[in-house]
Ligand binder design. Sequence first.
Ligand SMILES: [Zn+2]
Length: 92
Amino acid sequence: MSGLFSHSSDVVCCHFRIETGRYVGEAPEQRLCKLCNTASVEDEMHFVLKCPLYQDKRLCYLSEILTSDEFMNMRDCDKFVNLVKYHPRRLA
Ligand SMILES: [Zn+2]
């Protein structure tokens, strides 16, 4: 089975700028996503829940989860934890 991350050849799970920026001394607020123009820090949560570049893929793999009433009422950090904890195969 494939998931959101499996078809994202330009994004590798552990290569988000929030992590790689640390290696070159960038301040956390400077580690912005280069794939979209939202001036958002590129971290796992941005990729999984927010980056507009991946909206189509997100809907393909996660639509029934993302549109549930329970999920929509969660805070973003809880959404991310929920996906990783209960739906890891949808992400991998
Ligand atoms: Zn982005």
